[in-house]
Ligand binder design. Structure first.
Ligand code: NAP
Ligand code: ZN
Ligand code: ZN
Length: 353
């Protein structure tokens, strides 16, 4: 076992603080990594505060992990010491069910093992995530990182990137379509970049007037302040597809009504409480309401390679781990441009204290 340091939430209503624990020694198929950067996803906040009512404490969040390989097990073929590597939201799955075999491990019938707050078959306790200095993961769940991109700005691709890339690909977003992205946060700004890169006429919906200029720079063809009813009404019945990346309560019907016949509204946001849907918003125009969870390992690699080729990364604000509680408070105020990423070198300040 190897000593590891990180930040954990000790309970739903206490701030995250310094936490030391252990990581397993690399098994034959394992890759051991030093974590250099980890993104701060709104799911980290939901889980640290038990908003999905499934959190095991202490909880070390973090599933947007990039770093360098420090050791590999005997049977590892994809990685060697010194390579850049990345880990996203999953560290394992059953690998045998229909979904795993189809490369859709996120939909594993036995549930994938999530990077944190999941059952760790090695330790018998919960998995611990990327707000830490190291991690050990089976190579089948470790991704290769394009070497031409800024490493800190790559970290958010591991969740915000794949979570938006996957549905945009699944629903075949392309040139000639009108596509909406709701919410300009971590997920939303990546969705905007991908929809634009796939050639769609991309419309960004925001509640924050101060994000309009950025949205246009990030690839939006149009920006709508969603609280402006007249502006919303002008776009009624005009969208092929809308991706909703909002983390809190909001009115889905307002977006369903913007879809054309057979249009789809796909949710990736996972607010704490259910969102009411009027059946009339769906019946008229035979609309569809769908959801999408992260993406499989092969598709995550495809997305990272696509980002390497097209020079796509996240817009980030680099923070120290000691600022993570403040970052959570800012997420709740939609005050994020557009992803907080933790510089893990800052953990050393705790060790020195
Ligand atoms: P985030 O960075 O906090 O962004 C959320 C954005 O939603 C905000 O920036 C804001 O955008 C908008 N928003 C917030 N409160 C709102 C409200 N009351 N009404 C309308 N809009 C509001 O969060 P994130 O990390 O992108 O995550 C977004 C959601 O996706 C979270 O619920 C997260 O748990 C979930 N998630 C799901 C998956 C998946 O696999 N499906 C993966 C990762 C995350 P504006 O300022 O532009 O309005
Ligand atoms: Zn996430
Ligand atoms: Zn499975």
């Amino acid at each position: 076992m190897k000593a590891a340091r990180g930040y954990a939430a000790p309970s739903a209503d206490s701030p995250l603080n310094y936490y030391s624990f252990e990581r397993r020694d690399p098994q034959p198929h394992d890759v051991q990594m030093e974590i250099l950067f980890c993104g701060v996803c709104h799911s980290d906040l939901h889980q640290a505060r038990n908003e999905w009512q499934n959190t095991i404490y202490p909880c070390v969040p973090g599933h947007e992990i990039v770093g360098r390989v420090t050791a590999v097990g005997n049977s590892v073929t994809k990685f060697k010491e010194g390579d850049l590597a990345a880990v996203g939201c999953m560290v394992d799955s059953c690998r045998e069910c229909e979904n795993c075999k189809a490369g859709e491990e996120q939909y594993c019938d036995h549930a994938p093992v999530f990077t944190y707050n999941g059952p760790d078959k090695h330790s018998g306790t919960q998995t611990f995530g990327g707000y830490s200095d190291s991690i050990v993961v089976d190579e089948a769940f470790v991704l290769k990182v394009p070497t031409n991109l800024d490493l800190a700005a790559v970290a958010p691709l591991l969740c915000a990137g794949i979570t938006t890339y996957s549905p945009l690909r699944h629903w075949k977003v392309k040139k000639g379509q009108k596509v909406g992205i709701v919410g300009l946060g971590g997920l939303g700004h990546m969705g905007l970049k991908f929809a634009h890169a796939f050639g769609a006429h991309t419309v960004l919906f925001t509640t924050s007037p101060n994000k309009v200029e950025d949205a246009l720079k990030l690839g939006a063809d149009e920006v709508i302040i969603s609280k402006d009813e007249d502006a919303m009404n002008k776009h009624a019945l005009s969208f092929d597809f809308i991706l909703d990346a909002v983390s809190a309560q909001h009115d889905l019907n307002a977006y369903l009504n913007l879809l054309k016949r057979d249009g789809t509204l796909t949710l990736v946001g996972a607010p704490e409480h259910p969102l009411p849907v009027s059946s009339f918003s769906l019946l008229f125009k035979r609309r569809q309401l769908a959801g999408s969870l992260i993406g499989g390992i092969a598709e995550t690699q495809e997305m990272l390679d696509f980002c390497g080729t097209h020079n796509i990364t996240s817009e980030i604000e680099l923070i120290k781990i000691q600022q993570v509680n403040e970052a959570y408070d800012r997420l709740l105020k939609s005050d994020v441009k557009y992803r907080f990423v933790i510089d893990m070198a800052s953990l050393k300040e705790n060790a020195a204290a």
